[in-house]
Design a binder for this molecule. Structure first.
Ligand SMILES: *Cc1c(COP(=O)(O)O)cnc(C)c1O
Length: 468
């Protein structure tokens, strides 16, 4: 993976994986005929396929990281005491040193943090702004009766606009919303870093400061959905003026210092397979959140996790800020994006943190949005190469949304999420070759219709059929 910058490696420009492999998991290969049958049986929904039947699994980067030898060592060290386990104290110290938050609540994953938070601050009549709400965040807000509003900058919705920080929340849209509904109806303002739903695009520190200032002026608490805080911090280091000399850790600390609270899924930048965090500065809110935590997750020093999980998280949240890791991580995503662009495949530009998003609208112009072009590409990639990806478009956001735009998503995307430290460059080269081949025969891709669905988060279980 070549890139111009010379640094740690002197005159060597190849950025290599900053780890070696000491345990391997075999990949089972399938034939095209087998995959066709599997796809039919799964009703064209790749959430319904056995992982064993997948060759390269880019469904998600969530909970799929390879753990380090130090994380595994921590797993064995895990203290499984019910209350006050040493693993808890280690975890709490790592997170407090990083974020400066007063109250740190462990949860079993990000959406448990969301559920607790919105049960407390959501409800009928409430409005929660965000750059873009992630699907479970939106679902939890709407489940509470509140409205979830997306306020990303306009350029953030155009696949080919090459701005460094397309995840930014538009300050004027936030001002307009506050004016329209009144600050009293807005219990908090979220910003998601990186912005998962618009292509893993980062948010600048400057934007976070602007949004914080607006919130402060209107006495609205400012919160981060910080699942990918380390990737966002490193993209700030690479792309934002005056930030190049700070470490990723220093930038991350600056981000958290602005926030009154944050939710994190440890399954992303926690480099762990399970876990989440809910944290805040406010004592009263924390007391109520702790009560709910005990009611539904577990006691406040383990929150539905084993002591060993807390160890894996503590070590993961430390390792994720190592610059050699972040440089390799972001470069491997960029490498995939660069090669697809070079072959004429439109992606969301520039490449973001954890994934490459194909623009399905330009990939298959012959399939209208209500025939789910991104789902057609997802099926095409599985059929052709056994690669599992996910639709981020009208299937995911269409009917589940309470917003006025209920049938169409602003973008039709296919996400190729890269699990952390799992695949090597030749796996990525295989993916590039497969996407380019499917793109060359894109007229063969067929639209789909939904034949069965649920009311919330329908993309997990919906059944489809292909339209001839
Ligand atoms: C993954 C994710 C969540 C939810 O976390 P889970 O651990 O999957 O429950 C919330 N917000 C964002 C931005 C995410 O990426």
């Amino acid at each position: 993976m070549k890139r111009g910058q010379l640094s740690t490696w002197g005159d060597l420009r190849t950025i290599i994986e900053p780890f070696k492999i000491k345990m391997v998991e075999p990949i089972k290969f399938t034939t095209r005929g087998q995959r066709e049958a599997i796809l039919q049986r799964a009703h064209f929904n790749l959430f319904q396929i056995a992982a064993e039947d997948v060759i390269i699994d880019l469904l998600t980067d969530s909970g799929t990281a390879a753990m380090s030898s130090e994380q595994w060592a921590g797993m064995l060290r895990g203290d499984e005491s019910y209350a006050g386990a040493s693993s808890w104290y280690r975890f709490e110290k790592v997170i407090r040193d990083l974020t400066g938050m007063k109250h740190i609540l462990p949860t079993h994953q990000g959406r448990a943090s969301e559920r607790i938070l919105f049960e407390l601050v959501g409800g009928e009549d409430k409005v929660i702004p965000n750059n873009n709400h992630f699907d479970t965040t939106r679902a939890n807000i709407e489940h509470s009766g509140a409205e979830a509003v997306d306020l990303v900058i306009d350029e953030g919705l155009e696949a080919s606009s090459r701005l460094p920080f397309k995840g930014n929340l538009d300050p004027s849209k936030l001002e307009a919303l506050i004016k329209k509904v009144g600050a009293k109806r807005i219990p908090l303002c979220l910003v998601t870093v990186t912005n998962n739903s618009n292509g893993g695009q980062p948010v600048s520190l400057e934007n976070l400061q602007q949004i914080k200032a607006i919130c402060q002026r209107h006495r609205i608490p400012f919160w981060l959905d910080a699942c990918r805080f380390a990737e966002n911090a490193y993209l700030i280091k690479q792309r934002e003026e005056g930030m190049g000399n700070l470490s990723a850790r220093e930038i991350a600390s600056k981000m958290f210092a602005l926030a009154d609270g944050a939710m994190i899924s440890a399954k992303k930048d926690g480099l762990a397979n399970i876990g989440g965090i809910l944290m805040m500065q406010d004592d009263k809110l924390a007391e109520k959140a702790n009560n709910l935590l005990i009611l539904t997750e577990g006691f406040v020093t383990y929150g539905g996790l084993a002591g060993r999980d807390l160890e894996a998280m503590a070590q993961g949240f430390t390792e994720v800020l190592e610059e050699d890791y972040l440089r390799y991580r972001l470069r491997s995503v960029e490498y995939l994006g660069e090669h697809l662009l070079k072959a004429g495949v439109q992606i969301v530009e520039p490449p973001g943190g954890h994934a490459i998003y194909l623009d399905a609208t330009s990939f298959c112009p012959h399939i209208p949005p209500d025939h789910f072009p991104a789902q057609a590409v997802v099926c095409g990639l599985y059929r052709h190469a056994g690669i599992r990806t996910v639709e981020i478009g009208s299937v995911m956001f269409g009917a589940s949304s309470k917003a006025e735009n209920t049938t169409k998503s602003p973008m039709e995307l296919v996400r190729l999420a890269i699990p952390r430290r799992v695949y090597t460059q030749s796996h990525i080269d295989y993916v590039i070759e497969a996407v380019v081949k499917v793109h060359q025969q894109k007229e063969k891709l067929k639209g789909l219709r939904i034949v069965e669905q649920t009311s919330a988060l329908r993309h997990f279980t919906a059944k489809f059929e292909e339209i001839a």
